[in-house]
Design a binder for this molecule. Structure first.
Ligand SMILES: *Cc1c(COP(=O)(O)O)cnc(C)c1O
Length: 414
């Protein structure tokens, strides 16, 4: 059975034929049979170099041997207890040690759950109602943050979802990225803001990188207005380095959300922050949060194995940086578009200059992107199927893979 056949069946069974919108490639997506290292193997017998890496979690590549054996070992011991287990204490210690902004942490099962809970905690702690987010910032698929949202919502032209009550959306205010004056202006006018939630690097629109001093500025402004600062590090955590963006830029948020890499490819999320804020969370405090699968030993085992491997191989970040630099050099040689990269994250924007915010990113020539994307796929390179999703490299990508990627970029852009 071929991908087109599976998709024909899927479309009658699942909305759009998929389980998450960005996967709905027209006319039909390829179906993956198996994955290993840097490769996807499709049911159509194509072997692809994967530069999507499941949209970020797979920093160590597909089916990394040590993560796989950690999962297998845990499976032997059972995978869901419904009681506390030693591994959550160990992993909590690791995460809190690695992140300056986290004295305490709560495990959940997805990044969406983490940001939903973080916003509730911020409201519960401050007693204030509004939140401010960045235009085009993506924080998962729940009501408070589906307002001018990035990722698939922008790709499909539905950044403001139907079904979100106007009353709810009216408590979500927006500012452009890289515009500290807009934030200052908004916070001096609106006095009921509980928190400012931001992806330190806009991973769901590009990446779009922070200007020098922007994150420091955001920290000073939120502190001056007594507004909590939430860093959504679901992508940045262990991606831009150990300690995430807060370590990289030396800016300590009040609340941090994590996900993706910390689950090693299994479902996970976490939120943490200053002690007095996290003590608001039930059962210690009045802000409710709970989950059947929260802190499940299987996700934690995969996450622990991943984070441990990262700690044992800290040189991986420099190596990945060199690899995306090589790709950038190849792209620059073609004179097409604007190439943006940070560590293992990269993207070619079909735009004359590097975008600094959502409005500029949306000016991209998406038709040109689509054309280029199809050529890359035909050349055996799978890029995320959207101008607005970051490409990711993993430690499984060899220099030979990088050379293959560079050659494909050169050919497909000429
Ligand atoms: C992916 C992502 C989320 C949502 O995480 P899920 O695990 O998909 O729910 C939230 N915030 C950011 C920044 C993300 O990239």
């Amino acid at each position: 059975m071929k991908s087109s056949d599976y998709f024909a069946r899927a479309r009658t069974l699942m909305p759009g034929g998929v389980s998450s919108p960005v996967r709905a490639i027209t006319p039909y997506p390829f179906y993956t049979r198996r994955a290993g290292g840097s490769r996807l193997f499709t049911v159509d017998c194509q072997e692809l170099v994967d530069c999507c890496m499941a949209y970020g979690p797979l920093l160590l590549g597909h089916a990394h041997p040590e993560v796989r054996s950690a999962i297998a070992r845990q499976a032997e011991e059972g995978w869901l207890y419904g009681t506390p287990a030693p591994i959550e204490v160990e992993f909590a210690e690791t995460l809190c040690r690695d992140h300056r902004g986290m004295d305490m942490v709560r495990f959940v099962s997805s990044g969406s759950e983490a940001t939903m809970a973080a916003i509730r905690v911020a409201r519960g702690f401050s007693g204030k109602k509004d939140i401010v987010k960045v235009e085009g910032g993506f924080h998962g698929a729940h009501d408070a943050v589906l307002v001018k949202a990035g990722s698939g919502a922008t790709t499909l032209g539905i950044p403001d979802s139907a079904g979100v009550l106007p009353d709810v959306a009216s408590h979500t205010l927006q500012v452009p990225y890289n515009d500290p004056e807009a934030l200052e202006d908004l916070l001096s006018r609106r006095k009921d803001v509980a928190a400012f939630i931001i992806e330190p690097v806009m991973g769901n629109i590009g990446p779009v990188l922070p200007d020098d001093g922007y994150l420091q500025g955001v920290r000073e402004i939120t502190r001056a207005h007594d507004v909590l600062l939430i860093f959504d590090e679901v992508i940045c955590g262990y991606r831009v380095g150990i300690g995430g963006a807060q370590e990289h830029w030396g800016v300590v948020p009040d609340i941090t959300t994590l996900g993706k890499v910390i689950g090693g490819g299994l479902p996970i999320g976490a939120f943490g922050g200053r002690k007095e804020i996290m003590e608001m969370v039930a059962p210690q405090g009045p802000v409710y949060n709970a989950g059947t699968f929260s802190g499940n030993p299987l996700s934690l085992a995969a996450g622990m194995a991943t984070v441990r491997w990262i700690h044992d191989h800290p040189g991986l970040y420099r190596d990945l940086e060199e690899k995306t630099r090589a790709i950038g050099d190849a792209v620059s040689g073609t004179g097409r578009g604007s190439f943006v990269r940070l560590g293992s994250m990269f993207k070619l924007f079909f735009l004359d200059s590097e975008p600094r915010d959502y409005r500029q990113a949306k000016e991209c020539d998406t038709a040109a992107f689509r054309n280029f994307w199809e050529k890359m796929l035909a050349s055996g390179i799978f890029l995320p199927p959207s101008q607005f999703e970051t490409n990711f490299l993993s430690t499984a990508h060899t220099w030979a893979d990088v050379e293959t990627i560079c050659m494909a970029y050169r050919q497909c852009l000429s």
